[in-house]
Design a protein around this ligand. Sequence first.
Ligand code: IPE
Ligand code: IPE
Ligand code: MG
Length: 240
Amino acid sequence: MRFEDLTPDQIPEHVAIILDGNGRWAKENGKLRQQGHKAGADNVETINDALTEMGAKYLTVYAFSTENWKRTEDEVSYLMGLMKRYLIKNKKDAIARRTRIRIIGDKSRLAPDLRELMEEVERDTAHLDRFNLTFAINYGGRDEIVRAAKALARKAQNGELDPETITEETFASYLDTAGMPDPDLMIRTSGEERTSNFLPWQLAYSELYFTPVYWPDFTVDELKKAIVSYAGRQRRFGGR
Ligand code: IPE
Ligand code: IPE
Ligand code: MG
């Protein structure tokens, strides 16, 4: 099957990506890790634009995990600065392309200026609906589930919620991804075949695609390969 032969309904509505391999890409190309992250951020723009053109509706990228604080102070501060520059640079463009930007994860541990910028971009793009770009920053799936459980428990304790009435839908509405459909396709680059605490609830029935290509080398052609692989699969959701 070729990408050009796919019909619109074979394009995934929601693609989630664990963008991995920036560091190894830098090392193999004789560059600094920072340069790997910069190339990775530029590639988010490329893949975001390509998915928008293809007719997908959501792109969710894992950019910083709750575990990534274990990296050196230099690398953490570079990554936070890169996020800030990305949002400043892309806000206008996102609005022009009618893209809603969301940030999922626990913002409470982020620097106040970055948090304010995130909230401003989320607010100023909240009404846009052609495409949805979501960054997972200080995101951990288990942390997200614990935060949702705490919020539900508080409501129950205050008598605002009867625990017996909690359904999967109620629970999902307390997650950071409330209101978003679950990913159809999850891609991880760089050869690692694990999900590293990314969207454990939401990926329950997603198709998974792993490629050895490092994230900065993940071109639109590589994206097309992933989508062709996705389109060739039989999704079942437990049925037959
Ligand atoms: C992914 O690239 C980006 C982040 C996790 C922020 P890595 O930095 O994990 O790259 P490798 O895995 O060291 O090659
Ligand atoms: C996962 O990549 C997190 C992000 C891409 C932000 P890591 O490189 O941090 O994950 P592990 O440590 O290889 O599982
Ligand atoms: Mg990595």
